[in-house]
Design a protein around this ligand. Structure first.
Ligand code: ATP
Ligand code: MG
Length: 367
């Protein structure tokens, strides 16, 4: 898919911006704090209705402004879809084809993006929450069902944790209601865990090929979904549901004591292994970077396989973090295939040589 144009009004430091993009590589060049990341962020928000940098939508509205507006047209094989998003003090409104969508989950998925920022290089090394977020964001874009199940799960988990605290403080005594919540939690939790394992299996296949190429056949990358439950590659939702419910039931008293849910997808992690060793603990910095890059590039292929369209690739300041070899690999992998938006303070070295006919946008103070 291609984002042909973008219109911003009162978004971050942009007053009013109207741009047309190249279907190839778009380069945003400018000094620090001019609005390069803001522009990339607006594309991310147009796709996912929320930012990768903040959970507070109000930050997206230009200071002193009352609302922020983003619109753009997405060209796909079966036609062009106009998307519009409005943020104001009451919340947000999302339109597809000029029709307001009652649920954001109906909107998300129209535009698919993959963002690669310097902090993604620590996908391997960072905290488990980062890898869970990675799975949720990526799989949610590809599957409405995953998005729906995660939303339901989050709501019930919050409710269940509150209820556990009330039981702990003896403000409640009814354990039957806890069992009702456990049952619902296990049902949605099982859906999420099985979907994660399925998506990961596919992602692993693509990532292995890429990692093999970058490491010139020396390293084999594998994924492992780390959970307190046993979730085999071919596990059924039913079997995981039963396992999770059994764990929740067995550990009720301990959970009440701690006032918190101890089992489920919110506790799981994703491990990356290179030649069977955990990259997080044993990998060199180079291996960790190659792994992160392979995973990110594999997402492009997975999304294409799932949706039939290549996603957009947003590269925020990432070239400067990669050595020449990895830059070359990245740029050759996306060239002529994926519409790309990259930010940089200057285009130099390998990138300058390799990027064919970039469309360059010079950005200064939101203009
Ligand atoms: P760098 O090269 O340092 O990453 P950048 O060009 O990517 O810089 P951005 O993050 O896009 O910079 O822009 C940051 C600027 O946007 C900040 O200087 C900040 O003052 C401004 N800014 C952020 N949010 C808002 C907002 N809601 N309203 C107005 N200006 C904002
Ligand atoms: Mg920036």
């Amino acid at each position: 898919m291609i984002l042909t144009d973008l219109h911003l009004r009162n978004f971050r430091n942009y007053d009013d911006l109207q741009v047309e993009f190249s279907p190839g590589i778009n380069v945003m060049i400018g000094e620090n704090a001019q609005g390069k990341t803001n522009l990339l962020e607006s594309i991310y928000v147009l796709a996912l209705t929320k930012s990768h940098r903040t959970a507070n939508d109000k930050e997206l509205i230009k200071w002193q402004g009352s609302d922020a507006f983003i619109s753009g047209r997405v060209k796909k094989t079966n036609g062009t879809v106009p998307l519009e998003l409005l943020f104001n003090s009451k919340g947000k409104k999302a339109k597809v084809n000029h029709l307001e969508q009652a649920k954001l989950s109906q909107y998300i998925g129209q535009l698919n993006v993959i963002l690669f920022a310097p902090e993604d290089l620590s996908l391997v090394k960072g905290a488990p929450a980062m890898r869970r977020r990675f799975m949720d964001m990526e799989f949610g874009q590809m599957s409405n069902k995953y998005l729906y199940n995660s939303g339901q799960y989050r709501t019930i988990l919050k409710q269940r944790n509150q209820y556990l605290k009330q039981l702990q403080q003896r403000k409640q005594t009814d354990r039957i209601f806890l069992q009702v919540l456990s049952d619902q939690l296990a049902a949605y939790g099982a859906e999420i865990m099985v979907a994660r394992v399925n998506f990961l299996q596919q992602l692993e296949g693509w990532a292995q090929v890429i990692h093999d190429e970058i490491s010139q056949g020396k390293e084999k990358l594998t994924f492992h979904y780390a959970s307190q439950l046993t979730v085999a590659d071919d596990a059924t939702v039913e079997s995981v549901y039963e396992q999770l419910l059994a764990l929740l039931t067995k550990n009720e008293s301990r959970e009440i004591e701690l006032g918190s849910t101890l089992y489920g997808p919110q506790r799981d992690d994703l491990k990356f292994l290179v030649n069977d060793n955990n990259v997080q603990t044993y990998g060199s910095q180079g291996q960790q970077r190659t792994t992160a890059l392979s995973v990110k590039l594999a997402e492009i292929d997975l999304m294409k396989a799932q949706t039939g369209e290549y996603p957009l690739l947003l590269l925020d300041d990432v070239l400067s973090e990669l050595d020449d070899e990895r830059q070359t690999h990245l740029l050759t992998a996306i060239q002529d295939k994926v519409q790309t938006f990259l930010t940089t303070t200057s285009l130099s070295g390998v990138a300058r040589q390799l990027i064919k006919e970039p469309k360059i946008f010079e950005i200064e103070q939101g203009i």
